[in-house]
Design a protein around this ligand. Structure first.
Ligand SMILES: C[S@@+](CC[C@H](N)C(=O)[O-])C[C@H]1O[C@@H](n2cnc3c(N)ncnc32)[C@H](O)[C@@H]1O
Length: 301
């Protein structure tokens, strides 16, 4: 059953247009060029893609729409996410998108297939922790994608586990990887404390921490993958906000509330007042928000 009122799904949907404009185009162009050359050198071979922390599969739809996979007539795309219900949400999002984009969709035993102009994409969803999913997959990934997820993972372990399933010469693409800077405007007296405390909560447990984008630049080569493209993909949201941006900003503030509510780093009264001010500024169309992210493309071997 799909739950279109799932707040997290609403957040992911609101994020799509913000990611669209943030993605670092030279890195994406590098990926497209290399996949095109791969298709030319291996005619008839399918492109095998695995996306970890795939959410509702927005990146797959985007890469298809933007022609990044155009060199390949057959694509096998596996989405992995541990969150329950996400497979149904992805199926609903793909069905809607496929209809609008003129792809014919048909169900398969573990997902569905879309076809258009002789090109086929098989889509499979695994509701699983990525570490379990990777141990169940053969070493046969041409392109692994981790979109807006590496900061949530134990970085070295996640990268090394993913790379262990990537073929020699295959790629890892890590777009929208948070990299340590958050800003809100107009400035508020509590900004420095709130933002610093928020970044600290990203070190909780095994999470990669607030500078995951930069850390990837060293972790990837240490684990045998050469960085072949990288650049900033900052989220910049400013007035006047459209409906998606309002939903997005409310969710970002929700993440602050959730994370800092559990920490003692900012006193309750300061946090309450800061959040109330920021929510009011969303309503009155005054709030600007910047988050620094990196897109990174690496090649194994
Ligand atoms: C910020 S969301 C990004 C979703 C999607 N890539 C996008 O940007 O639209 C991160 C996703 O990673 C998933 N996730 C986090 N840790 C995971 C893990 N260890 N294994 C599988 N999925 C994970 C979460 O459930 C969530 O859906």
């Amino acid at each position: 059953m799909t739950r279109h009122d799932d707040p997290f799904v609403r957040y992911l949907r609101s994020k799509e247009a913000i990611d669209d404009r943030a993605l670092h185009r030279p890195t994406l162009a590098e990926l497209g060029d290399r996949l095109g050359r791969r298709a030319d050198s291996k005619p008839g071979e399918p492109l095998r893609v695995v996306s970890v922390g795939a959410g509702t599969g927005a990146m797959c739809r985007r890469l298809l729409s933007w022609g990044v996979f155009d060199g390949h007539d057959e694509i096998k795309y596996v989405m992995v996410d541990r969150r329950k219900g996400m497979a149904d949400e992805a199926a609903a999002a793909f069905a809607k998108w496929a209809r609008a984009a003129g792809w014919a969709a048909s169900p398969t035993k573990d997902g569905f297939r879309i076809e258009r102009h002789g090109r086929q994409v098989s889509l499979t969803y695994m509701t699983s922790d990525l570490f379990d999913a990777m141990s169940a997959l053969p070493r046969a990934i041409d392109l692994a994608i981790g979109h807006a997820v590496f900061d949530l993972l134990p970085l070295r372990r996640a990268v090394s586990t993913i790379l262990s399933r990537v073929v020699d010469g295959g790629y890892l693409y890590a777009p929208i990887t948070f990299d340590g800077r958050t800003a809100f405007r107009p400035a508020h007296d509590a900004d420095d404390d709130v933002v610093a405390a928020y970044h600290e909560t990203m070190r909780d447990g095994e999470s990669a921490g607030p500078e995951t984008g930069s850390d990837l630049l060293s972790v990837l080569p240490e684990l045998g993958a050469r960085v072949i493209g990288a650049g900033g993909s900052d989220w910049v949201v400013h007035p006047e906000h459209d409906d998606h941006e309002r939903v997005f900003l409310d969710h970002i503030l929700g993440f602050f509330e959730q994370s800092l509510g559990k920490s003692d780093a900012v006193d309750d009264e300061t946090l309450r007042e800061w959040l109330a001010t920021r929510h009011r500024q969303v309503e009155t169309d005054e709030l600007s928000y910047v988050a620094h992210n990196l897109d990174i493309l690496a090649q194994l071997g």
